[in-house]
Design a protein around this ligand. Structure first.
Ligand SMILES: [Zn+2]
Ligand SMILES: [Zn+2]
Length: 108
């Protein structure tokens, strides 16, 4: 039955694709290199939100040049900036997750 093998093939392909996406996302976020990058940026910014100046809050290290578009800058300290969770969320809500402007030059 050719239809069965066709279905099987599609399922395998989809599963593999999902698995790879998953693996990719999580391996970078959890990698020691990524953690080190995050800590370096936080230390340079003295654990202060670079937008609102808040301290003692939860921080996100934002990629000034998008993570997806500039993979080679993912672990570049000069491409990271410290924002509190609120400012970080507000920035991405306003400017999107891709093709956003340089966060240092816009209001959010
Ligand atoms: Zn903030
Ligand atoms: Zn961000």
């Amino acid at each position: 039955m050719y239809s069965n093998s066709l279905i099987d093939f599609t399922v395998i392909k989809k599963t593999k694709h999902k698995y790879l996406q998953h693996k990719h996302k999580f391996s970078l976020r959890k990698s020691p290199a990524y953690e080190a990058w995050r800590k370096k940026v936080l230390a340079r910014d003295r654990y202060i939100c670079q937008n609102c100046g808040r301290v003692n809050v939860r921080f996100q290290v934002h990629h000034i040049r998008g993570f997806t578009k500039y993979p080679h800058l993912r672990l570049d300290v000069n491409n990271g900036i410290t924002y509190c969770n609120k400012c970080h969320r507000r920035f991405h809500n306003k400017y999107g997750k891709q093709n956003f402007p340089d966060s240092r030059t816009v209001e959010f």
